[in-house]
Design a protein. Sequence first.
Length: 391
Amino acid sequence: MKAVTWQGRRHVAVTDEPDPRLEEPTDAIVRITSTAICGSDLHLYELFGPFLDRGDILGHESMGIVEAVGRDVVTLRPGDRVVVPFNIACGRCFMCRRGLQSQCETTQNDQYGTGASLFGYTKLYGQVPGGQAELLRVPLADENTIPVGTDLPDERYLFLSDILPTAWQAVEYTGLDEPSTLVVLGLGPVGQLAARIGVQRGHRVIGIDPVPERRAMAVRHGVEAWEGDDDVSRVIAHTQGRGADAVIDAVGLEAHGSPFAHAAHAVTAALPDALARPVMENTGVDRLAALHASVDMVRRGGTISISGVYVGDSDVMPMKTMFDKQLTLRMGQCNVKRWIDDLRPYAEADDDPLGLDDLVTHRAGLAEAPDLYEKFQKKDDGCIKVVLQPT
Ligand code: NAD
Ligand code: ZN
Ligand code: ZN
């Protein structure tokens, strides 16, 4: 089969790989019809070189048609249409029973102390081949698939695999229970959806992003979109001097244009893993720009909800300010399965309340993946969300 594989920093290729096969009686094989590129893939593309192996198959936002099932799979049959959540969870352990599928104890990867295994996220998260490919092996397939109907196009369902529940969790974790002022930092795909969910819930949503096309898209969905200059003082000025009730950080590690990221990569690429990790984690604080801005623009007693990915173990945070303002911080990888029942009605509604039909800017076959990774990373050509269609 054809698959998108990591070949080096800022270098992916479409290569011939062996077809996956059923390895466990609980596996399924899915023929992929749509698979998106996520902002998290850009971290692999640009930054995480020291942790990757050449040839790793990328991709964790996928859906398709079940091709084969192992003998212990009970809920699926060949021909079923399914979305594949990005975290691989057992559904039964202590964590899964509490809706913390991202912390599943059965599929956890102890080597790096990360959470549940993920599709296409290399040895950092369990070395499970990803879905930017013609075929995908889905472990524990009864739990790790979301069956969907056949009436609506892929793009109404595809984002249930990751960014839609991620955005939903980001808004849930703000804890806002009455119409409030919500700032969303970063209007990439995650920020776009979080902002729209905020608008749906009656909040005044201010979205901040330097990229004009992303601001224009947000405005189409009822968001006030700002460029980011003087954003802290502007938020304060627009909230009776208090600051926003909650801030969602949908930025996280931002590699493109950051001299720090490139320098850190140059250093870490030359080191073995054991040395590379602490170097990568402990150099510079520039990468925390959005998080530090969140602390400054949230009001006293407010909440910061972090969906952007951070990796430092000893990053500098303004503890005095955070303590003094009595802030709440919530964060983490999305627990995809936890939010599907809440989100399915939005995905399937005739009037498309979250505007899922207005998110994808680029669609192409797998062969275009190298070009589209680069466009998405550079935010060129109005690129906001890329969907690859292998089949
Ligand atoms: P993206 O890279 O397209 O979006 C990031 C956006 O932030 C860009 O539009 C960029 O212009 C903007 N930005 C950069 N610096 C900024 C700043 N200082 N202030 C305001 N905006 C700024 O990616 P995405 O797909 O939207 O993902 C966003 C983040 O969410 C990434 O870190 C990704 O890894 C993470 N993510 C987390 C989960 C999860 O489970 N928690 C799931 C999916 C994605
Ligand atoms: Zn993702
Ligand atoms: Zn579990």
